[in-house]
Design a protein. Structure first.
Length: 290
């Protein structure tokens, strides 16, 4: 592991995992209780900064890796390299490299799916689970099969993202100075300056294609096969793109441990960018009782 950048409260490390190398932002002492923070689309590890800084003040260590596909050192060229089995293995390998024998895991959006899968399969290693803006994967799949509102919201998202090969979709969204990507992110509620920042980063060669591979990997069969979670779970959610209330309510059946839902009524999809304090408060309460 090579430390490549540091400030008084932050170290960025290049961490090997699952045959790739991941930039990982680490806040806080190595002896503190570790919280693994998994970003979603179109985010980056630094998106977690406001949450991480508060976690450190409260005595935790915050660890936020860059996800597969977002950087050249962790970007397989083959679409077969983008599966949820690999996404889970990435996170567990990072935990192994950092010697995290037991940790809390927090995920946003599609990172919440990844976090749920990690917790469901590894209850001995995961102390607690928090998912932001995405319910248990099996609950989401069931709702998608049965609920018309969930079907409509998901279909609208997929239409906006454009179906097809991730490389082709990325090329179309980046055409004409990334007009399509800007339109999609703005319509989803992403505020400035995050819009310019994310578009600039995803305009780098291969970055948007790699990020879109996560959406391409979504499979209802895979989601339906995710077992119940056996660790204390918090679901922070808001009405908005891709998610209907029925999927949130269905998640209780897939958590065989204390389960809490926390709605944020005035938030957009991008809760970390628009409402980090509203996210951090219930997260801290959850961590303190687990």
């Amino acid at each position: 592991m090579e430390r490549v950048e540091a400030t008084s409260s932050l170290v960025v490390q290049q961490v090997p995992s699952n045959g790739l190398t991941f930039p990982v932002m680490v806040w806080g002492r190595d002896t503190a209780r570790p919280v693994l923070l998994l970003h979603g689309f179109p985010q980056e590890p630094a998106t977690w900064s406001p949450v991480a800084e508060i976690l450190v003040k409260e005595g935790f260590q915050a660890i936020a890796p860059c996800q597969r596909g977002y950087v050249p050192t962790a970007r397989p060229q083959d679409l077969n390299g983008y599966t949820f089995k690999e996404f889970v293995a990435d996170a567990l390998g990072i935990a192994d490299s950092l010697r995290l024998h037991k940790f809390d895991v927090v995920g946003f959006g599609i990172g919440g799916v990844q976090a749920s899968m990690i917790a469901a399969a590894n209850p001995a290693r995961v102390r607690s689970l928090t998912s932001i803006r995405f319910p248990h994967p099996a609950a989401f799949a069931r709702a998608l099969q049965a609920d018309s509102e969930q079907q409509q919201k998901w279909a609208r998202l997929q239409q906006d993202l454009r179906a097809g090969n991730p490389a082709e979709r990325a090329e179309a969204m980046l055409a004409d100075h990334a007009t399509g990507l800007r339109r999609f992110l703005s319509a989803s509620g992403l505020p400035q300056p995050f819009l310019d920042r994310y578009v600039s980063r995803l305009s780098e060669p291969g970055a948007l294609s790699g990020a879109l591979c996560w959406n391409h990997a979504i499979s209802l069969d895979v989601f339906l096969a995710v077992p119940p979670v056996h660790v204390a779970t918090l679901l922070i959610w808001s009405e908005g793109p891709a998610l209907a209330r029925t999927a949130v309510e269905a998640s209780a059946a897939y958590v065989q441990a204390p389960f809490t839902t926390f709605p944020i009524s005035d938030g957009s999809h991008f809760l970390l960018e628009t409402s980090p304090a509203a996210v951090t408060e219930p997260l801290l309460r959850h961590l303190r009782v687990t």
